[in-house]
Design a binder for this molecule. Sequence first.
Ligand code: NAP
Length: 251
Amino acid sequence: MPDVMIVTGGSRGIGAATAILGAKAGYAVVVNYASNRDAADDVVATIEADGGTAIAVKGDVGVEADIVAIFKAADELGALKALVNNAGIVAEAADVADYDLARLERIFRINVIGSFLCAREAVKRMSTKRGGAGGAIVNLSSAAAKLGAGGSRVDYAATKGAIDTFTVGLAKEVAGEGISVTAVRPGIIETDIHASGGEPGRVAEMAASLPLKRPGTAEEVARAILWLASDEASYSTGAILDVSGARAILP
Ligand code: NAP
């Protein structure tokens, strides 16, 4: 049975790049998606064309029953070795004074609670105390966790701050159970997420102001994720790696 990697939100952007590199590294990959079946199928086809193994599994990480179903589908493929808690959303830019409850509940449910529940399912399977063989969980934080995103998306930044704390806490909790828990904090990465937040031109507008004068690519983030998930990172549990081209590095 192959080692399995689940990538939530594996159909596009950073998740798609991670799924493709994960398959190259030898994992059988569960490419989770929310609604874009064609994009997920494209990722699976790319992996299969390269001789890898992958399945597309629909499921909303904001819904507990969907998460349970994603992990059951993974169980059919092999033993879970890596979870990449990648699925995440942004909302349109707005001041905190104008947020409504539905906005806050949605973003915290998907970005934070979804990551907790996926990690719960992963720990149940990986923990050496529970009969598992160990594994790795890599969470997607954001440079926004440090910057705060005041004046646009404080809610999003706060969900990523929660992911940072979750990463450190869970890393300590399962350190004796063969499970590594880490995170990456990407900066401005060229994906669809900016358009989904109502700002399709954001990356191009910001490029000149970034330290490297360009955004990052999904693959540049995926490489860091794959390293953190690998045995090469055997003493890095609890680490949160900035992949931001020097944006949001505090002195
Ligand atoms: P993206 O291009 O917008 O892709 C989002 C992916 O997540 C898609 O595969 C989408 O599936 C899936 N998804 C969305 N909501 C979901 C849900 N409720 N359940 C399951 N899957 C869901 O995003 P991205 O830019 O690659 O971002 C990936 C992660 O990196 C996020 O956690 C984001 O916060 C973080 N990040 C991104 C940046 C950046 O600049 N891009 C910077 C810092 C952090 P469908 O295809 O089915 O819609």
